[in-house]
Design a protein around this ligand. Structure first.
Ligand code: ADP
Ligand code: ZN
Ligand code: ZN
Length: 802
């Protein structure tokens, strides 16, 4: 008799240990570690993951129930993933089931059909399976289940004759487009040989095709590249230089044709950095590198060549970027270097498309994954390199359970596979730089721009002086002049509106009331697009009231320096300027972001105006001016990282100017020009900033000098929430060491969310080996009693926000 140890998915009342289930004798061959099953749990059947298989159980046999259904014939989680889940559970204090689920693509949580797909030939299959595949190559798994043929099917899977595919039920038809498949050079040569010299357009087209032999392109791309009409293309196709094919429209906006790029000759600094990395690759050793390079120093080229080495070794690489839909240019560079060996995992894909990409990785069809945070779990089995670009970005930390940081997971996997991890940034997170200084990470520095361009000159403009001089516009005189100059020279400008933590409210001019969410203690945000007010936390929306809910005044209106307002002002000041506005409203549609950037790259606008989303990755030769409209907005947030975030943002935005041959200029408008975060970002002086900021953190007792953990308690009843938060504080104080400070309970920064009142306790500590055990004890208490009372308790170690 054999037993499966199963982690069950019971979200209402989470239990956090494996349960033993009997494996029916018939299924012994079918069930592996890492498969999903259905098992009886209480009165229901629930989903579970098999995390172990044993011959003996501590539970009396008569009490053990059998597994009721098999969901996977192949393991979907490797042993590595199962141990990673155990580590995550301990490291972030989450339920093991949450850790297991986070590693899987959404499709494996959604409704889907399973199919057996024939890979080999029908006669190779065992006799009893053959009839099923005679008519179709793809057969619904249910048919084998009914006929009790899962066992032979599984053997066929093991022999590589059949594949099991999950297909998400998707609405709508697959879209197709007509494309041109260009034949080989030799083939085209032959066609040219048979032609006279009388058709210069056709010849020109075929010469172009020879340079793109083997490529599949859209007809429109040909028309644009060679300036020919469809009739010329048709004749060339008739003569046999290419053919039309129908291709499924893959809704990934990044599969547009990319030109293959070659390796660049590295600069000395790049070369030195790469050598250190390849040493670690060659010696199969985990080493974490902090690649600190100023903007434009060519960090990406270092990543690309390190990946090349990894692939050459027969291994795989993961590249993480902060938010993939915002960095199309970056993604393209990986695609153009490694072509089809790259899978892109980004939030713009549908559930089915994401699953397809995941599957490519799992089956080893690709060697490189580029993706956001969750791509750190890409199911490669022979990892050789992990890279986090812009490692300081807060999007690498997940805000729901499991509250993991991609950096930690990357290093864990690096240890598992004995391979290096590269953390890259122009403005590393303070704690990363501190670790590099201590020697925990190896620091690699790129201090020069790759093409030796000068850094842009940065002017800091004191907006208080502007105001005193009578300029009430959001544009200072110098910035206006610079803008006019670029418009004359037909060069491009990027205008950046720093709106981190800044929203557009509807405000009563008479009594100052803002309209609040009825469920949360937070002001509603104005969405001009739909003429509605919305809550970003619970989704509540309503129309704008005509009179103030407090004083009934009619003077209630939209307030805030949104991008639309800036756009209107530019139109007033420079009626001839073509402005492209990029914000949440204009980039809602899939691929919109990339389309706009492409258009800007082609020179279809003079000014690109946007929020945070334009700060990253933008690389166009004609941008020679960057204007920051208000540097201070992120400086005054109630967040100990406010200065760090402002410095990072200013440095990043400035880095968009003058990346190629033309010199760049940057104007930073601010009401606090003397602040060190702004002063030091002027020349990208990271090290002095680091020292200043470390000093400030030391005095205030913040990370990286201290660690922070937040325990939050919420309940619909405010008294309950406060009472239990008080008990938490008491519990922590009496169980943690005396040199650990427990602050609170206090109300959370948003005191009520979705009608639940929230209190929190903050723990500050330097070393506290007891922390995790104490927290686990607390959770035990919570689970055995409090949960029934409707309390929700969450633990966030190393929170990104307080
Ligand atoms: P970073 O990621 O550090 O901001 P990039 O990798 O984007 O910098 O490089 C900036 C520019 O310099 C890009 O246009 C890139 O193609 C170019 N570049 C990088 N390395 C080299 C090199 N060794 N020789 C020439 N150009 C380079
Ligand atoms: Zn009012
Ligand atoms: Zn709300």
């Amino acid at each position: 008799m054999r037993f499966a140890q199963v982690i069950v998915d019971v979200s209402a009342y989470p239990v956090d240990r494996p349960f033993d289930y009997l494996i029916p004798e018939d299924w012994e061959e079918l069930i592996d570690i890492g498969c999903r099953v259905k098992v009886p749990f209480g009165p229901r059947n629930v989903l579970g993951f098999v995390v172990g298989i044993v011959a003996e159980s501590d539970v009396p046999v008569e009490k053990i129930k059998p597994i009721s259904e098999i969901l996977d014939l192949e393991s979907i989680l490797t042993e590595e993933m199962l141990s990673l889940a155990k580590w995550l559970k301990h490291q972030t204090i989450c339920y093991e089931i949450d850790a297991l689920q986070v590693m899987l693509p959404g499709a494996l949580r959604a409704k889907y059909e399973k199919y057996a797909v024939l890979l080999g030939e029908v006669p190779q299959l065992p006799q009893m399976l053959q009839p099923y595949f005679e008519k179709a190559e793809k057969v619904n798994l249910a048919q084998f289940e009914k006929a009790n043929l899962l066992k032979p099917l599984k053997r066929a899977v093991k022999d590589g004759l059949v594949n099991i595919e999950n297909e998400v039920k998707q609405k709508g038809q697959v879209k197709q487009v007509r494309k041109v498949q260009i034949y080989s050079r030799e083939q085209i040569e032959e066609v040219i040989g048979q032609m006279g010299k009388r058709a210069p357009k056709q010849l020109a087209l075929m010469e172009w095709m020879q340079d793109h032999a083997g490529a599949i392109v859209l007809p429109e791309q040909i028309y644009e590249a060679v300036q020919v009409t469809s009739s010329v293309l048709n004749s060339v196709i008739e003569k046999g230089a290419a053919t039309y094919i129908q291709e499924e429209v893959y809704r990934d906006p990044f599969t547009k044709e990319v030109v293959k790029t070659d390796f660049l000759q590295l600069t000395d600094e790049q070369d030195k950095a790469l050598k250190k990395i390849t040493e670690a690759i060659d010696e199969k050793r985990q080493e974490t590198f902090l690649l600190h390079g100023i903007t434009g120093s060519g960090k990406t080229e270092v990543y690309l060549q390190a990946i090349q080495r990894t692939i050459a070794d027969g291994k795989e690489a993961i590249v993480l970027v902060p938010e993939i839909s915002l960095t199309p240019q970056m993604t393209e560079r990986f695609k153009s270097r490694f072509g089809d060996e790259v899978a892109v995992m980004h939030s713009g894909l549908s559930v089915g498309e994401k699953y397809d990409e995941w599957r490519k990785v799992q089956q080893g069809k690709v060697k490189v994954v580029v993706g956001a945070r969750s791509a750190v779990f890409a199911p490669f089995k022979n990892l050789g390199l992990l890279i986090l670009d812009e490692e300081h970005e807060s999007t690498y930390k997940q805000e729901d359970s499991p509250r993991y940081h991609a950096r930690d997971v990357a290093i864990w996997r690096g240890n598992y596979y004995n391979c290096p991890v590269i953390l890259g940034s122009a403005t590393p997170a303070l704690e990363s730089f501190a670790r590099a200084k201590k020697g925990v990470y190896t620091l690699l520095t790129l201090s020069q721009r790759a093409k030796n361009q000068a850094l842009p000159t940065v002017q800091i403009i004191d907006m208080r002086e502007q105001l005193q001089a009578g300029n009430r516009s959001m544009f200072s005189e110098p910035l206006m002049e610079a803008l006019r100059d670029r418009l004359d020279k037909k060069e491009q400008t990027v205008l950046f509106l720093n709106r981190r933590g800044y929203s557009s409210f509807v405000l009563c001019r008479d009594c100052g009331t803002t309209v609040q969410c009825p469920n949360c203690d937070i002001s509603l945000t104005y969405h001009r697009y739909q003429e509605k007010l919305k809550c970003h936390y619970c989704g509540h929306d309503e129309y704008i009231p005509e009179t103030c809910p407090e004083c009934l005044s009619e003077n209630i209106r939209y307030f805030g320096t949104g991008t639309q307002k800036v756009e209107e002002e530019i139109h007033k000041l420079f009626p001839e300027a073509r402005v492209m506005r990029m914000d949440v409203d204009t980039t809602k549609q899939k691929g919109a972001h990339e389309k706009m950037l492409d258009a800007f790259g082609r020179g279809e606008a003079d000014i690109l105006l946007g929020t945070q989303m334009i700060a990253k990755g933008l690389d166009f030769p004609n941008i020679t001016l960057v204007g920051v409209l208000s540097a201070d907005t992120s400086l005054h947030l109630p967040d100990y990282r406010a200065a760090e975030k402002t410095f990072q943002l200013m440095t990043q935005v400035s880095g968009r100017a003058g990346r190629h041959n033309k010199l760049g200029e940057v104007y930073i408008q601010t009401y606090t020009p003397e602040h060190y975060a702004i002063q030091l970002s002027k020349d990208q002086h990271y090290t002095p900033f680091y020292e200043r900021e470390m000093h400030a953190r030391h005095i205030a007792g913040y990370p990286p000098y201290y660690y922070i953990a937040i325990i939050q308690v919420s309940h619909e009843d405010v008294m309950f929430a406060a009472e239990y938060a008080g008990r938490v504080a008491e519990y922590l104080r009496s169980n943690l060491s005396f040199n650990v400070s427990v602050i609170g309970p206090t109300t959370a920064s948003i005191a009520r969310l979705q009608n639940r009142y929230r209190y929190q306790c903050l723990i500050k500590y330097k070393v506290e080996p007891n922390l995790i055990p104490v927290l686990l004890q607390l959770i035990k208490l919570y689970r055995s009693e409090w949960i029934k009372k409707g309390i929700v308790l969450t633990v966030d170690l190393d929170p990104t926000m307080i």
